[in-house]
Design a protein around this ligand. Sequence first.
Ligand code: CA
Length: 232
Amino acid sequence: MNKFQILVVEDDIPVCNLITTTLKAHEYRYLTAATGEAAVMEAASHNPDIILLDLGLPDVDGVEVIRRIRSWSNVPIIVISARSEDTDKIDALDAGADDYLTKPFSVEELLARLRVTQRRLALMQNTETKQAVYQNGQLRIDYAVGCAFLGQEELKLTPREYKLLCLLAQNTGKVLTHRFILQNVWGSSLENDIGTLRVFMTTLRKKLESGNDAAQYIQTHIGVGYRMQKID
Ligand code: CA
């Protein structure tokens, strides 16, 4: 039996059945809730390892459910949204969700998102004691010195690129929205700054992804933001 317990919050019965059948087949333990109120209660009383949360619920708005759960818990939350709810998805990520699935999604996508989240959980447990050095694949950040390296080579980063890299590293596995990155690196979230962010990201990636392992560290989520991936 997989030791991970998943709370599935979904009011659409066929979608809920698809998810729970998949979870059962892959030996995950699970709980279900069909409303926002029930979701908050189940989360509080059973302490699940991961929450799969549909954003369109009949009672409480999914984003509000995230805010309530985040007031006491860091449990990874993967939101499930319809394509028409793109802005809700971004609000959900800003409210503290970790990742998202867009309906309709395949069983493979669902399992892939769960694996990413399980890796993120493992990482969170390892970094609870704040480490002075970040290591991911060939990328190493020495926070005390304020330098980043790719293998033995020091990366020549501007202060802003370094800040951007640290923010992504500290949230490895989590999708960060444009708004969140702009607020944390530039101190503003003006819509037209997304262009500036894109330019910085292109330069940073060029420096970061030039190593001989050709690893892709930063994943682009079009219209949403970016994620630092854990490299095996
Ligand atoms: Ca729904």
